[in-house]
Design a protein around this ligand. Structure first.
Ligand code: ADP
Ligand code: MG
Length: 695
């Protein structure tokens, strides 16, 4: 080993004893190439083998070291042959149970023999048991020493045993204690202010916690050493997004400064007044548009909060200044709905609404593209088709993306590159409320606006949870609702089944409901219908020509039919909170009292019970999102689990919520005072995942 190399980041693992090419390869699979990487490979959990615990104090689930005397050993021939060894230590007795054993082993457990065992206690038929404990025979004269530190258990890969990990990390720690550097990237003043231990201290403690550290605290990742690392990880993440944002902000964008004439005329045609929250967010957007730097703003609003109008007001400003505006939706169904809304609002003002979806092919598509490229079409609505390579704008000033979480970061970026010369402004709207801390972390490259007010007169949707054994009552209720002139949705949800099966189920349900309710006009939409047919059915439902719409989850987001006041969700136990909230959000959009029936197929599991209970109790999208975050984790909530965008090694956004404002403030300060630290921090924690910062 090179004695001069003073940073553990430059010492390869092959410098350690016992690491040959094969072991190095195993470690590389876990992303461990250097001794520093090894030190950042932290234990998953710990065992306390530092003290001997009295048997009498053990409870089921405890892992402990005990020292006992054998009272009795026998082989039982029950359902499974097993060797049972009754042991005791004066404070209590328990049973050791072995399913695999040799005759010699049985012989060794003679009455009076003393043992030290380690294992997890569980309830047995007669008393507590340790199944296949680790054990050693004790000789009276030589009391074997117990461990001096808590025993770390590492996440591992095939062929690498815990003993090897302990050996490797032991060697790495020895180097650390010899004074090899684990580069401290946080300035000392910061550590002092935040009362954080230094990196070497934190790492050393986490690999070999002294016996007085609480395993409970460690298992909750609440120890200051863990907080120290979580803090640094969150900081690295925050910095990478800030860098991305800085880079975007470095570009010039259209400076949209207008009298607001178009906006005023649009508002004049509306049958309602914008809410205070809508006005405030519209003003925030107007400020961005006038800044000369690209807007990157995320507008969050609960279902029904009126995001579309806010988008239209932004569009009006850009249009008034002579820029083109593109609005993108995640599905054709929603794109169609936006087109209608915008046409209804803008046509009277003499502005044509263009239309581009995957369905536009050949000459029609070519014509739209030509108009966009020539700048003859000022406003266009579409689906993913708007992202395609060949779509060019003459002077795109504003891109609006609705229901953003369905689009990934990459698409966000693809769009950014569409404008020639000036970078267009971007407005992103999401219908899935994201808890503020999560939003501030996952979308730290964006500014946030929240429409935190619903239009007046809305009543919360009354929600009931009932078993599908009462399906016929539910059907009768649908009948009553519709006979009073209101409309209803029946959502057929089968997740984890093929789309074909979903559609089949929806078709069957539609047929069954049409038979049971012959006086109702029943429509059906699902993913396998042609787009034109889907739109036809939606149109008919919107126009009140259908009473009941049976649908798969294609109607989950965005669909807006204010006269619909009843939502039935089948198999509600199988859906996540956010999805249920979205589906329920299809009703309660008008002034009439609305209801949602969450129908489940019994028996109801614990988690499903919690989810459905939450929905019954709350209609607050942000509260629901918080619960969802706690139940499922950020990756699921953001819909980015696969891309790993918000996956942390140590930090946990729910548990470490309190750290986030500090981390944000520190990120700002570091970028001002120590910008050179950003790159190494990002590299340390995000490694190869820095597509964020690389753009
Ligand atoms: P979401 O935020 O879920 O996208 P929408 O934009 O679809 O909500 O708006 C929901 C409904 O509320 C629409 O029918 C819309 O016309 C109506 N709406 C929007 N703003 C207001 C307002 N200020 N007052 C009354 N109704 C409004
Ligand atoms: Mg919407």
């Amino acid at each position: 080993m090179n004695a001069k190399a003073d940073s553990l980041a430059t010492i390869p693992v092959t410098a350690l004893r016992g690491v040959g090419p094969r072991r190095a390869q195993q470690l590389a699979r876990l992303g461990i190439d250097t001794v520093q990487d090894l030190l950042f490979h932290l234990p998953l959990r710990y065992q306390d083998r530092t003290r001997v615990v009295p048997v009498g104090s053990l409870r089921a689930g405890d892992q402990a070291v005990i020292e006992v005397t054998v009272d009795h050993a026998e082989v039982r021939f029950g359902r499974r042959r097993s060797l049972l060894v009754r042991v005791s230590d004066g404070s209590g007795a328990l049973m050791l149970r072995f399913f695999h054993f040799t005759a010699a082993q049985k012989q060794a457990f003679a009455r009076g023999v003393r043992l030290r065992c380690f294992g997890e206690a569980r309830n047995g038929p007669a008393m507590l048991e340790l199944v296949h404990p680790e054990y050693t025979l004790l000789r009276d004269d030589a009391p074997a020493p117990v461990e001096e530190a808590l025993t770390p258990i590492y996440p591992t890969t095939e062929g690498l045993h815990q003993l090897s990990w302990r050996d490797l990390t032991g060697q790495a720690l020895a180097l650390l204690h010899e004074g090899r550097a684990l580069q401290e990237l946080l300035p000392e003043a910061v550590l002092r202010e935040h009362r954080l231990p230094s990196l070497p201290e934190a790492v050393a403690l986490l690999h070999r916690p002294p016996p007085d550290v609480s395993t409970q605290l460690l298992s909750e990742n609440g120890h200051p050493a863990q907080q120290r690392l979580a803090f640094e990880e969150l900081l690295a993440h925050q910095l990478s997004l800030r860098m991305l944002r800085r880079r975007a902000r470095a570009h010039a964008a259209p400076r949209v400064i207008v009298a607001g004439e178009l906006e005023r005329r649009l508002l004049d045609t509306l049958p309602f007044e914008p809410t205070g929250a809508q006005r405030r967010v519209a003003e925030e957007i107007a400020g961005d548009l006038a800044s000369g730097r690209p807007m990157l703003r995320l507008v969050q609003g609960d279902v029904g909060s009126g995001k579309t109008l806010v988008a239209a007001l932004a569009a009006a400003r850009a249009l008034e200044d002579g820029w083109q505006v593109a609005l993108m939706a995640p599905t054709e169904l929603l794109a169609e709905q936006h087109r209608q809304n915008l046409a209804q609002w803008f046509a009277p003002l003499g502005i044509e609404v263009g239309w581009l979806t995957g369905r536009h092919k050949g000459r029609r598509r070519a014509a739209v593209l030509e108009h966009l490229a020539a700048g003859e079409l000022a406003l266009v609505v579409g689906s993913h088709a708007l992202f395609q390579e060949d779509v060019r704008f003459a002077r795109l000033g504003l891109a609006i993306v609705d229901e953003q979480h369905r689009f990934g970061v990459h698409q966000r970026l693809a769009l950014r590159n569409k404008g020639d010369g000036l970078v267009p402004h971007q407005l992103i709207m999401t219908a899935t409320p994201i808890p503020r801390t999560l939003a501030m972390t996952a979308y730290a490259d964006l500014d946030l606006s929240v429409i935190d007010e619903l239009p007046p007169g809305r009543q919360p949707v009354k929600t009931v949870v009932i078993s599908d054994e009462r399906r016929s009552e539910v059907v009768a209720r649908v009948g009553e609702n519709c006979r009073q002139g209101r409309q209803a949705y029946w959502a057929c949800t089968l997740i984890e089944e093929s789309e074909a099966l979903q559609c089949q189920a929806a078709e069957d349900t539609a047929r069954e409901l049409a038979e049971a309710l012959p006086d109702l006009r029943v429509g059906l939409v699902h993913g396998r219908l042609k787009d034109a047919d889907k739109e036809g059915v939606m149109q008919a439902f919107k126009a009140g020509e259908l009473d009941l719409l049976v649908a798969t989850t294609v109607i989950e987001v965005g669909v807006d039919v204010p006269n619909a006041s009843l939502m039935i969700i089948e198999n509600a136990e199988r859906l996540g909170l956010a999805q249920l909230h979205q589906l329920r959000g299809r009703v309660g959009r008008g002034a009439a009292e609305s209801h949602c029936v969450l129908m489940y197929h019994p028996p109801l599991g614990q988690l499903a019970r919690e989810r459905l209970g939450m929905l019954r109790e709350s209609s607050d999208g942000f509260a629901i999102a918080r619960k969802d975050l706690a139940l499922r984790g950020p990756g699921e909530v953001l819909g980015t689990r696969q891309t790993g965008e918000v996956q942390f090694r140590i930090a946990d956004l729910v548990r470490d919520e309190a750290l986030i404002p500090q981390v944000q403030a520190l990120a700002d300060r570091l970028l001002r005072e120590h910008p050179e630290l950003a790159a190494p921090l990002i590299r340390r924690w995000l490694g190869e995942k820095v597509h964020y910062a690389a753009v």
